[in-house]
Ligand binder design. Sequence first.
Ligand code: PLP
Length: 471
Amino acid sequence: MAPDPFREVLEQTAELAAGYLETLESRPVFPSASPEQLREALGGPLPEEPSDPQRVVSELAAAADAGIVAMGSGRYFGFVIGGALPAALAADWLTSTWDQNAGLYAGGPSASIVEEVVREWLVELLGLPAHVSAGFVTGTQMAHVTALAAARHHVLAAAGWDVGSDGLQGAPPVRVLAGEQRHVTLDRALRLLGLGRPETVGADGQGRMRVDALREALGKGEGATIVCAQAGEVNTGAFDPLPEIADLAARADAWLHVDGAFGLWAALSPRLRPLVAGVERADSWTTDAHKWLNVPYDSGIVLCAHPDSHRAAMSVSASYLIQDEGARGVRDQVDWVPEFSRRARGFAVYAALRSLGRSGLVELVERCCAQAQRFADGIAVVPGVELLNEVVLNQVLFRFADDARTESVLRHVQEGGRVWMSGTTWGGRRAIRLSVSNWQTGEGETDLAVEVFRAAAGAVPAPPPQASRRR
Ligand SMILES: *Cc1c(COP(=O)(O)O)cnc(C)c1O
């Protein structure tokens, strides 16, 4: 019998992976290797001859190690990242192993059915209407593209225009309104869809869309309209006032889209649910599984209250395909997403939801928020720190006396490697943002983050008085 070409390399890889994960507790959160060092380690001429797979994998792991960010560590607080739950990571391995082309039911029946199951679970967990359709895409940005394509189809159809066949040239104008603190991916989605830059609606000091500004903006026009609201601003975690926005959108006959990349998960928790009150009245929603659900990258989800418009905007057919949905009532994923050939993304989401269960999901979300509050309480009393946000969710925003000091303390912390978080600009000034979105972040990690900042604030000399902020 021929030797099994897979078993040895997969067993070796499981060892390498487990070994890596065991270093997450101790390794520097951000690597110190330079681009030149990484090019040196990973580069070289394209090999002329084949290499043994075990050797390829072990050499890759060794060479890449110096440039790997410990994003899965409980000490990583940057951007809004999340970690990988063990079951989700393992299911992701199986997804590659099974290597289904999950565009059609015929490309992998289990991949299709698992998406059906996840759709039902999500809709129930998030408290959305039972008929809502779902698509599993790379991230919230592509979920925006999908949702807003459905919106574009829907509002133009209501204006008597078929954008699918006649395109946008000569179409009735589509107004798109979005908050001042919208996420940049919303703009890119609109740009890809030929809808251009949205009309900006003013926001308050926490980044929430102002209801009076939306009312005024809506009053200035009519016709096909899309309103984009946000559940969870990326710096502050703030939620737009969804009940009032839903009222205004309904009165204007507008499509209401909600970016809930991480904030939508607040819906799971009875304690946090009031933050998203009214969210079920939207027409479309986007969220990420690779952030707070702790599914490995990449994994985003689009949900839509108008399955017909969702499908009309995405569906594709060709004579050589085997499309089953109509005939057998099964799901062909190409009908719900922009991709054609695609990864079977449902498996890892399914595994994450199953491994946590309802109580585990609530616990994950609430614990991350509790840690954010704990960090905020700790950092607020570090000398020189100004807390900038109301900590309503899992995000904390703060700064030091001036931009130079904020930057230098942050750099000191980042280079120290014990915890890592990212900077931002808020209200025209530099700030530091902490996000707690990992199942492994507990009090130990949170207290360490406070301690690291306290030490950095002491170690970094304050700028001389004349360099400080002009009044
Ligand atoms: C992360 C994020 C996005 C973009 O999500 P991707 O998964 O990176 O495409 C959009 N909106 C908000 C609020 C986010 O936090």
